[in-house]
Design a protein around this ligand. Structure first.
Ligand code: PLP
Length: 443
């Protein structure tokens, strides 16, 4: 029996694939078999595997200054430069950046900064956070409470009430519509529910609304047109902050710099980044807040003596140098524009599956998409459990394609941004074979 407690794994079915190395968009297992990495690892290896420039950057920084913390006034140039770079890129006012190690701890930091900020401006009661059904925001105790997926909540007894977590509708028209409701009516209804909840709870008790502009783990949900415009209007009316979790959608994934740009989200008050920030060559996250929020936190920190939050690896110099190089490569190679073009190609190819008898919906934007398998194509009825999606993923693996089934039976694709047209064709061909082979199993 293994000694590893595997993350997000059925503990009765561990070690099904042991990987050894990677090159470009491909990974190889310990038997030498090649797989196209159709999910960029966990939505993160945007620049693929074995990028020599990044390997050199990591090793040069390791040689120069392998570690320095950022506590108590200490700093280093890669950290200062990365914060400047990010602040200059994001659609926020005067953004300030806190570094961490993962999307989960980045979101935890935001929860703590929200409290710190509202305490600082004399509104300590403003601390509830609205998340959405099916959301994924990580797995730590606090960020995991913002996650709404049943598997991430079951048996863990998250302190939801203590944290003041509120849940509102997920914006998935295909699975959430009622009767003959149009998309516009759906948006009207769920944003109406949001406003009703805010009024019922008391806007003065609600700090922020968190959303992945386009979701990942909940099935790659692309909200209908007009959704975020309505949500932002309601949040503005009640003085509630918009918090964009861009852990998956940041840096070109959706065919633009940020998911906020793709989804017409104007000036978020907070943004969380991880994953593609370093193309997963080194763990790092960044939690960004508006400049005036940071300014409000300065005086209370001086009174205490410190802003008492920080990780040993906050602003790890190797992580910061790696992220800086990754951002340089995105810019130099025009990867956001390329992602828009290749994304159109990928989405067009994925749409071919829409007519398949097992497929209920094909959706996505840019370089992220999902093919949802359903029990009844006419009604859109979902399968009772995730076994059909799991089978399709297994078939993909047989054919040398790695993807994931998320939120039940949605087959998610999210390849490295460097993927070529021929490699997209390969992905589509293998996915198509796997879906065909799943037909019998699904009966
Ligand atoms: N937020 C989103 C939108 C994510 O997709 C994830 C991870 O998939 C996280 C947060 C958590 O990131 P991490 O796994 O690095 O803690």
């Amino acid at each position: 029996m293994t000694n590893v407690i595997y993350p997000t794994t059925n503990l009765k079915a561990v070690e099904q694939l042991v990987l050894e190395r990677g090159e470009g968009v491909y990974v190889f297992d310990n038997q030498g078999k090649q797989y196209l990495e159709g999910l960029a690892g966990l939505w993160c290896t945007s620049l693929g595997y074995g990028n020599q420039e990044l390997i050199d950057t990591v090793s040069e920084q390791l040689g120069k200054l392998s570690y320095s913390h950022m506590f108590g006034g200490k700093s280093h140039q890669p950290g200062i430069d990365l914060a400047d770079k990010l602040a200059g890129m994001v659609p926020m006012d005067n953004a300030k950046v806190f570094f961490g190690n993962s999307g989960s701890d980045g979101n935890d930091t935001h929860i703590k900064m929200l409290r710190y900020y509202f305490n600082a401006i004399g509104k300590p009661e403003k601390r509830k956070i609205i998340t959405r059904e099916r959301a994924y925001h990580g797995v730590t105790v606090a960020a995991g409470s913002l996650t709404s997926l049943p598997a991430n909540l079951a048996h863990f007894d998250a302190p939801l009430e203590a944290l003041g977590i509120l849940r509102t509708d997920h914006p998935h028209y295909f699975s959430g519509r009622q009767g003959n409701e149009t998309e516009a009516e759906f948006v009207e209804r769920i944003t109406g529910n949001l406003e009703t909840m805010i009024v019922r709870e008391g806007p003065e008790t609600i700090a922020a609304f968190i959303a992945e502009p386009i979701t990942g783990a909940s099935g790659v949900i692309v909200p209908p047109a007009g959704y975020y415009e309505k949500v932002q209007a309601i949040l503005n009316k009640y003085d509630i902050l918009f918090w964009a979790d861009e852990v998956i959608t940041g840096f070109g994934r959706t065919g633009n710099d940020f998911g906020c740009t793709t989804m017409n989200i104007e000036k978020p008050d907070m943004m969380t980044f991880a994953k593609q920030l370093s193309s997963a060559y080194y763990p790092i996250s960044a939690s960004l807040i508006r400049g005036d929020m940071y300014e409000a936190m300065i005086e209370p920190s001086a009174q205490v003596g410190v802003f008492g939050h920080g990780y040993t690896y906050s602003g790890h110099p190797v992580a910061c140098a790696t992220a800086l190089k990754v951002l340089e490569i995105y810019e130099r190679e025009n990867l956001f524009e390329r992602s828009a073009q290749m994304g159109d190609y990928l989405q067009t190819k994925l749409k071919q599956f829409a007519d398949h008898p097992l497929v209920g919906e094909v959706r996505g934007r840019g370089m992220i998409g999902a093919v949802e398998l359903v029990a009844n194509k006419q009604t859109g009825k979902a399968f009772a459990n995730g076994s059909v999606g799991a089978y399709a993923v297994q078939r993909c693996q047989e054919h040398g394609l790695i993807i994931r089934a998320v939120a039940g039976n949605s087959l998610a694709v999210c390849p490295p941004l460097i993927i070529s047209e021929a490699q997209v064709d390969e992905l589509i061909e293998k996915l198509g074979m796997a879906i065909d082979e799943t037909l019998d199993f699904a009966k």
